[in-house]
Design a protein around this ligand. Structure first.
Ligand SMILES: Nc1nc2c([nH]c(=O)n2[C@H]2C[C@H](O)[C@@H](COP(=O)(O)OP(=O)(O)OP(=O)(O)O)O2)c(=O)[nH]1
Length: 143
């Protein structure tokens, strides 16, 4: 069976010189409640991954964003996050709205670079957050 595609955003304060990263704490299902993730979700039939990401950020946080670079993962550009899901990730900055935990999350937190690992990320996000932290410090950041 082919893996389910999930999309997520590394929302930062500034694509070219990121200092803050937005983390969201999940409320469900029970085995991952309380763990932190990048906001996003599954791509629905008929959507492009980018359309799905804009929809999820609107539903979950009530915001609109501009997408920056894709953070390519080790498996054909994707991040294997669970045995059943792979994830594509884009950097993003807010263009409209203040993020609020409207759906699926009970808390949001801005993490300060380089301490982006200081919350209990989902297991599948640990390598990704390490990569984001390194990339954010390079010239050009996540633009
Ligand atoms: N959004 C998101 N999901 C992640 C991350 N890391 C990670 O392992 N996952 C997993 C958790 C879930 O098993 C799956 C995404 O499912 P989801 O429940 O967020 O998707 P959705 O919003 O479309 O949910 P639903 O409507 O089907 O309930 O990917 C991450 O950083 N962000």
């Amino acid at each position: 069976m082919s893996p389910i595609l999930v999309v997520a955003a590394a929302v930062v304060d500034d694509l070219a010189a990121p200092r803050r990263l937005l983390a969201a704490r999940r409320t469900r299902p029970a085995h991952v409640a309380g763990r932190w993730e990048l906001p996003g979700g599954k791509v629905e039939p008929g959507e492009t991954p980018q359309q799905a990401l804009h929809r999820e950020l609107d539903e979950e946080l009530g915001v609109r964003v501009q997408l920056g670079t894709e953070i390519a993962g080790p498996a054909d550009g994707r991040w294997p996050i669970t045995p059943r899901h792979v994830m594509r990730v884009w950097a993003a900055v807010l263009t409209h709205g203040d993020p609020r935990p409207l759906e699926g999350h009970d808390q949001l937190r801005w993490l300060h670079h380089p301490d982006w690992h200081t919350v209990a990320w989902l297991d599948g996000d640990v390598d990704l957050v390490r990569e984001l932290t390194v990339r954010a410090a390079e010239p050009g950041g996540l633009a």
